[in-house]
Design a binder for this molecule. Structure first.
Ligand SMILES: CCCCCCCC/C=C\CCCCCCCCCCCCCCCC(=O)SCCNC(=O)CCNC(=O)[C@H](O)C(C)(C)COP(=O)(O)OP(=O)(O)OC[C@H]1O[C@@H](n2cnc3c(N)ncnc32)[C@H](O)[C@@H]1OP(=O)(O)O
Ligand code: FAD
Length: 661
């Protein structure tokens, strides 16, 4: 049963909901990993919808940037007061969810406090440091951000220029931004809101540079909120989207902080200037791995927002005819519309399933690292580097297709899809530019192939074991596991092709760096295929573990859309394996699976259970009553407050009057 049906809804949507074959609450439990979490999301939505002061003061598209920041701060402060009665304060998921529900996706002054400021203190701070700052941060007595990227460098962390020089005599670090390019640039909440920051700076002790390390730095006076002497700080200006957040710049001039402000759980500077190395050289990068490990689920949900809008709208939008000339069809009945939207629904599910898996893997790694075992770091770094890159790119593509699937109204801010797109594709850049991160995974793939070449296949981890197999024929009787083999073939042959290209260039006498650069397009292709294989295999495993048979049946249908679409999409890489007859068969299976999923399309997006408050879309409203509300929305546009604008009286009218003479 579709739980979204209510009286007064658009009958076209009700009809769709009645045709669904499964219970949307049960599907939500599968999507969010547990009945309890799905249930909590519904309860929180319901509770906040009843609190007038948490509602939008006006639609976001009609707000200026200053109003967005004010509104985000207003709601953050109210939430901070009300949270104890609304959520389990120990649950990160509930905390993130309620902020998203109430404030939305455009960002707000506390958006990074929870995800980028608190975690480094909790995982890289010593027990004393945690005691000193964690409680204050959790109670929001201080607001924090994460300042790493600089004006001149973001991707290449080893070229960061900010310095933290240890002064033994005063037992302080002296922070400096020696050049214009060393200004910190981009950190969310830094511009106007945060009064503390984790700052990544080169640690210099006895003139030796030990590379980037994290420091806890106070930026603004806790009473006046004025920048402290030695600090230059401000907002970097409007962005493509995410304008409810105040991304900022920051410079230091001989700014002193106590020795105890370097986060010292792993690396340490002793009072006499001794440096103690961390157990793994890249442990300071683990905050980034944490965020990347959450990005697949987060991005899957961005895609889910856009699809909820586009699929619901496509079910009420009637345009053109099929056989019956007496009534126009729902645009959702066109095969092209289904081909545009349904594979993205499948991807959104796949990304969310993968995302919960990588969050679990990160949590496990965290426990291992705290116990001194860093052996899993390279694997998870490689996996999350590839995953964030593929998922952000495909999410962007899927959201843009969703916008186009809504025709002209998709282009209006009333659809809200452009904002979702703008926020989501930021993910292609933040937490590591996608090409850069694909090349990180490629290093791992090349190393794995070198192990095979050196007769050490047995040492390969489970995620790359397929690189050593030798599949050259596929049974035509295609089920999910055969599709997986097809994908393995594609990923394996591309990984070998790219590695051999790199090796050939090396053997021709080229430097390692040049050879890498000349092979890099092929290497990034290998990384994408490897990652898409991982996404597919996680999806297959996840569906296999579902117990509820009605849910399982529809997930198998969705999986069929996914595997057929993905294999068609990488056709060029499987030409050596599949005949044109086999490709035709797969193409036809895709068309059949689009038809099979059609009656459940609306129920599949309803199962994401994204409330109207969170969706902020006139087109995607749960009740499907779009046209009257589009008219209402347009009338409420501030431009319509007056019939005759100053633009007319001051310029157009005099121009027209003059022309008449
Ligand atoms: C009451 C209030 C409550 C508030 C609660 C609010 C909560 C609300 C939250 C959300 C609300 C909802 C909001 C709506 C949603 C909005 C979403 C939008 C959010 C926007 C968020 C934006 C955040 C962005 C943050 C950032 O971007 S931070 C900056 C990130 N920067 C990067 O990622 C830089 C990328 N570069 C690198 O990582 C490195 O430079 C490099 C590329 C890895 C290379 O490093 P390096 O040069 O040092 O190494 P190499 O020489 O290349 O490699 C050497 C070997 O090291 C290995 N390696 C590298 N990294 C790692 C690692 N991490 N782990 C393990 N190993 C690693 C590498 O593989 C090499 O190995 P080898 O064996 O091959 O040698
Ligand atoms: C919305 C948003 C929020 C952000 N929030 C924060 C924050 O809170 N804190 C923070 O510290 N930072 C933040 N950032 C900054 C972000 O992390 C960086 O912008 C990102 O890491 C990319 O670095 P860059 O800007 O230096 O890109 P560049 O590296 O300059 O990228 C430019 C081009 O160069 C290419 N390139 C660079 N290096 C290589 C290479 N080795 N091989 C091949 N190609 C290469 C890239 O692929 C890209 O095409 C944020 C950014 C955005 C957009």
């Amino acid at each position: 049963m579709n739980q979204s049906i209510k009286p007064g809804d658009n009958p076209d949507l009700t009809e769709e909901r009645l045709s669904g074959t499964f219970d949307t609450n049960s599907m939500a439990a599968v999507i969010y990993g547990s009945d309890k979490l799905a249930q909590r999301r519904r309860e929180i939505s319901e509770a906040v919808s009843r609190i007038p002061e948490l509602q939008d003061s006006k639609p976001c598209p009609f707000m200026t940037r200053e109003e967005k920041i004010l509104e985000g701060s207003r709601k953050s402060a109210i939430l901070n007061r009300l949270l104890p009665g609304l959520i389990d304060l120990d649950s990160f998921e509930e905390t993130v969810f309620i902020h998203q529900e109430v404030i939305g996706i455009e960002g707000h002054p506390l958006a990074l406090h929870e995800s980028l400021f608190i975690p480094p203190i909790a995982t890289q701070g010593t027990d004393e440091q945690q005691k000193k700052w964690l409680g204050r941060a959790q109670r929001r007595e201080i607001i924090g951000c994460y300042a790493q990227t600089e004006l001149g460098h973001g991707s290449n962390l080893r070229a960061l220029e900010t310095t933290a020089t240890f002064d033994i005599s005063s037992q302080e670090f002296i922070l400096n931004s020696p050049t214009i390019t060393s200004l910190k640039w981009w950190p969310g909440a830094l511009g106007k809101s945060a009064n503390w920051s984790i700052v990544i700076a080169n640690l210099i002790v006895h003139d030796k540079n030990h590379g980037p390390h994290p420091f806890m730095v106070q930026l603004r006076d806790e009473k006046s909120h004025e920048p402290l002497p030695g600090i230059t700080v401000g907002d970097i200006g409007p962005k493509m989207a995410f304008n409810g957040a105040d991304n900022g710049f920051l410079g230091f001039e001989n700014y002193r902080i106590p020795r105890e402000n370097m986060l010292m759980r792993h690396s340490k500077v002793t009072p006499d200037g001794g440096y103690i190395r961390p157990p793994h050289a890249k442990i300071g990068y683990s905050g980034m791995v944490r965020v990347r490990s959450r990005m697949a689920a987060e991005q899957g949900l961005f895609l889910a927002h856009a699809l909820t809008i586009a699929v619901r709208y496509s079910a009420i939008r009637r345009q053109g005819y099929l056989e019956d000339r007496s009534r126009e069809v729902k645009v959702l009945d066109y095969q092209t519309q289904q081909h545009r939207l349904f594979p993205s629904i499948a991807r959104a599910y796949a990304f969310i399933f993968c995302g919960f898996e990588t969050i679990r893997l990160y949590d496990q790694l965290l426990i291992d690292v705290q116990n001194g075992n860093t052996s899993g770091m390279a694997d998870l770094h490689a996996l999350t580097s590839g995953l964030k890159s593929v998922v952000t790119h495909q999410t962007g593509e899927g959201i843009e297709q969703a916008r186009m699937a809504c025709g002209g109204h998709g282009y209006s801010m009333a659809s809200y899809i452009s904002e979702i797109y703008g926020v989501a594709i930021g993910g292609c850049t933040y937490e590591g530019e996608n090409m850069v991160m694909l090349l990180q995974l490629a290093r791992y793939l090349v190393k794995s192939i070198e192990m095979i070449q050196n007769g050490k296949s047995k040492n390969l981890g489970p995620m790359v074991a397929y690189l050593a197999a030798n599949e050259s024929e596929i049974d035509l009787n295609l089920g999910p596991n055969e599709y997986l083999k097809v994908f393995q073939y594609a990923a394996r042959s591309q990984a070998w092709r790219a590695t051999e290209k790199f090796q050939k260039l090396r053997n021709s006498g080229m430097s390692k760096e040049q050879a890498w650069n000349q092979a890099s397009v092929e290497l990034t292709r290998a990384s994408r295929l490897h990652t898409r294989l991982y996404i597919m295999s996680t999806f297959i495993n996840h569906v296999g573990s579902v117990v509820d048979q009605k849910i399982k049946k529809v997930l198998i249908d969705l999986l069929n859309v996914h595997i057929t679409y993905e294999v068609m999409d990488i056709g060029i890489y499987v030409q050596g394996l599949l005949s044109s007859d086999q490709m035709d068969l797969i193409r036809n299976q895709l068309y059949v699976s689009l038809e099979t999923i059609r009656p459940n399309a609306v129920s599949l997006v309803d199962s994401f259970q994204i409330s109207d408050m969170q969706l902020r879309s006139v087109l995607g409203r749960r009740d499907g009553n779009v046209y009257e509300n589009l008219f209402k929305w347009a009338k409420s546009c501030p431009l319509n407050d007056k019939d005759v604008l100053e633009s007319v009286t001051k310029y157009l009218k005099p121009m027209m009057d003059k022309s008449k003479l």
